[in-house]
Design a protein around this ligand. Structure first.
Ligand code: MG
Length: 377
């Protein structure tokens, strides 16, 4: 970590610590230790072969869940440093924020949630917490990674009241409508900045988003016009990179300046005052939020709901559904690495954990395996 932390930043001194007390690390900070545990987890390695928007095998140029995660971490760290927040904490939270994603992105999440409806549902954000709290089993002393409270608080971005009630101290803020730390707030906004920009880049590259719709967003139009005026003969690819880079820059700049102003106005003496505030203090200016929402809308209409993306999503949902149902109902197909629980709800949770942990390509291979069992070939 560079520089001095602001009084309202999370620090080792004000941290609520770990569930299982451990001796302090000798050559790195407690938050660096969390980051390192996340990077060394197997769930982190599997992000490489999980879909962001484009299914992994659609092309090597598109973002994967791993490169998305790295872009979020990079944006969040820059802002954290500018605001004198805890950069190591922000890095740990952002690197872990998507560990609970299923294969095939949101399509996989929808399908698994539907399969789990009668067993309590499936929610990827809650599952990210489950991965670091329970499913990663690498330490002799405890289940999970035994991360600091503040890292876990940042990972759990949203949560239903029903789930929150079962999460003890971590769930309390959802019941009491309190804010998380500034580092957690920042990780959340950095996620949105990252995916807005890289999805526009990927969507333009795949020719799924028409430039004319993007030009309806005034910020995009202004930057594109200025870029064309300055470099009239720029080729399409460099134009795209230049416009997206400049737009990203403006969002980050705005986030730093308006968050700084909000923090100055609220003047929280410490992190507890941040948690007591009525509103998150890390946010865009009102004008920039309008641009942010306009970009999100273009992405939803033009990319996420595009027929080509939609078809792939349908196929992905079929695969996830077939995996879940076959594992549950065909003893011969039960995954050999799991010992089946007696209780059906516990078995469903085992399957959900197993399927959620799959990469896209492993899910496809397993789908082909269970189809061979079904057809006896
Ligand atoms: Mg994300």
């Amino acid at each position: 970590m560079s520089g001095t932390l602001a009084p309202y930043a999370v620090s080792e001194l004000n941290s609520r610590g770990r569930l299982h007390p451990e001796a302090p690390p000798s050559w790195r900070s407690e938050f660096q230790r969390d980051r390192d545990r996340i990077i060394h987890s197997s769930a982190f390695r599997r992000l490489e072969y999980k879909t962001q928007v484009f299914v992994n095998h659609e092309g090597d140029m598109f973002r994967t869940r791993l490169t998305h995660t790295l872009e979020v971490a990079q944006i969040a760290r820059s802002v954290a440093r500018a605001l004198a927040l805890n950069e190591d904490l922000v890095e740990a939270v952002t690197l872990a924020h998507d560990l609970g994603h299923t294969p095939f992105g949101h399509a996989g999440q929808h399908a698994l949630n539907a399969c789990m409806r009668e067993f309590g549902g499936f929610e990827h954000n809650l599952h990210s917490l489950r991965v670091v709290d329970e499913l990663e089993q690498r330490y002799p002393e405890f289940y999970g990674l035994n991360l600091l409270f503040e890292t876990r608080e940042g990972i759990l971005k949203h949560c239903s009241r029903e789930h929150a009630a079962r999460l003890g101290a971590l769930g309390r803020r959802f019941l009491e409508r309190r804010q998380p730390s500034l580092e957690a707030q920042l990780a959340n906004v950095a996620d949105e900045i990252a995916y807005n920009h890289h999805d526009i880049d990927d969507g333009l590259r795949a020719s799924l988003i028409p430039m004319r719709t993007l030009r309806e967003v005034s910020l995009f139009q202004d930057i594109e016009d200025a870029t064309r005026r300055r470099w009239p003969r720029l080729d399409a690819k460099r134009l795209r990179y230049t416009v997206i880079r400049e737009m990203l820059n403006r969002f980050v700049q705005d986030l730093i300046e308006s968050s700084r102003a909000r923090i100055a106005a609220a003047a929280p003496p410490d992190v507890e005052a941040v948690r007591d505030a009525d509103m998150p203090l890390i946010d865009f200016s009102a004008a920039m939020r309008v641009q942010h929402l306009a970009l999100k809308r273009v992405l939803r209409v033009e990319l996420y709901e595009h027929a080509q993306v939609h078809d792939m999503a349908q196929r992905s949902q079929r695969i996830v559904r077939a995996l879940f149902e076959t594992f549950m109902n065909e003893p011969a197909a039960w995954p050999s690495q799991l010992v089946p629980a007696v209780d059906a709800t516990a078995r469903a949770q085992q399957i959900a954990d197993h399927v959620a942990g799959m990469t896209d390509r492993y899910a496809i291979a397993e789908y082909e395996r269970i189809r061979r069992i079904a057809t006896g070939s």
